[in-house]
Design a binder for this molecule. Sequence first.
Ligand code: G3I
Length: 358
Amino acid sequence: MKKYWLLIWAVVVATSGCLKGQDDPVFPSPDLTIPEDESITLQSALPFPIGAAVNNNLIRTRAPYRDVVIKELNSLTAENAMKFSQLHPAENTYTWTEADFLVEFARQNNKRVHGHTLIWYKNPPSWALNYQGDAAAWDRLLKNHVQTVVNHFKGKVVSWDVVNEAIAENGTLRDCIWLQKLGPEYISKSFIYAHEADPNALLFYNDYGHEYGPTKRNGILKLVNDLKAQGVPIHGIGLQMHTRYNMSNNNIADAINTAAATGLKVHIAEVEISMNPDNIQDLTYSAGLAAQQKAKYEFLVRTYNAIPKNQQFGITTWNVGDSDSWIRGEYNRPDWPLPFDDNYHRKAAYQGILDGVK
Ligand code: G3I
């Protein structure tokens, strides 16, 4: 009897290998998927919004990607389509087509849209970086961008990452064009201008590295607490959580709990759990790694689920399937950081997310 099962297993493995096709990505995941129970989805199982950063080209061209987004998620963030360079490529030119496509896709499928991001040191286009003008002219540039964008999406985008990554690794304000031209007030001004344009939008400060330790985290917490104390309209704190399987649970818990202690809404805004932070070029994804990833997603979700309900803005993964993640391209390494595999099948990590709320 045992022999027959072994034979069936061998045939299944061999056939699934043959079925994998021409479009295989560079680092295919081994088949470590979990059984698909069609009666369960992330959006129906979780008591807070669950989303992903999405890429319009994949929505348009890859049906399994689009299907997973529609079926599993109830909140969407544009991975790139709402950034400064994409929306405002020249001083007097705004290009809305891509961002509008995403907002319309979300409307048709009843998804919340979180806006990402108004002001980020990394993204000003060259016209802005080379802009000549005094502080008043720079103030007008900032105000025009923030208010034109927020106003365009008023009533359609419920929340914004107003300022992204303003704190450096040492906990002080990061040097950037906005700091150079407008001083530290560029941050409070961005929130005030966004609030003027859409008083109903929830406004977030978003950054990475809360889980690295106290140095950067304390800088971020000081910034948001100072903004609150000054009466600046800030409603939430985004923890990007681009993290890794061997990040300590204590650090993850400290990141989430100190953010919650601000009293602001907390968004786990860009999560992925990297499995290959040491850039091992011949690493393969194993059942052991999958189990560690599952445990880390579960811990993250369990910790988040324990903060006050009215502060749970939701959890957003940074794209959907492993092959969509920015990590492989950015670091040129095999990695499997997301809850869905290259073929959009559920991984153990997916089960970890579900288990985190049990
Ligand atoms: O669209 C162009 C394409 O036309 C061109 O051929 C190609 C050549 O390089 O570039 C394409 O644009 C790239 C874009 O991603 C779309 O793939 C940009 O070069 C590349 O810089 C851009 O990277 C994005 C990065 O932010 C910078 O904006 C990543 O996709 C995106 O995942 C990443 O997201 C950031 C968050 O916004 C903030 N937190 C960190 C996170 C990860 O870095």
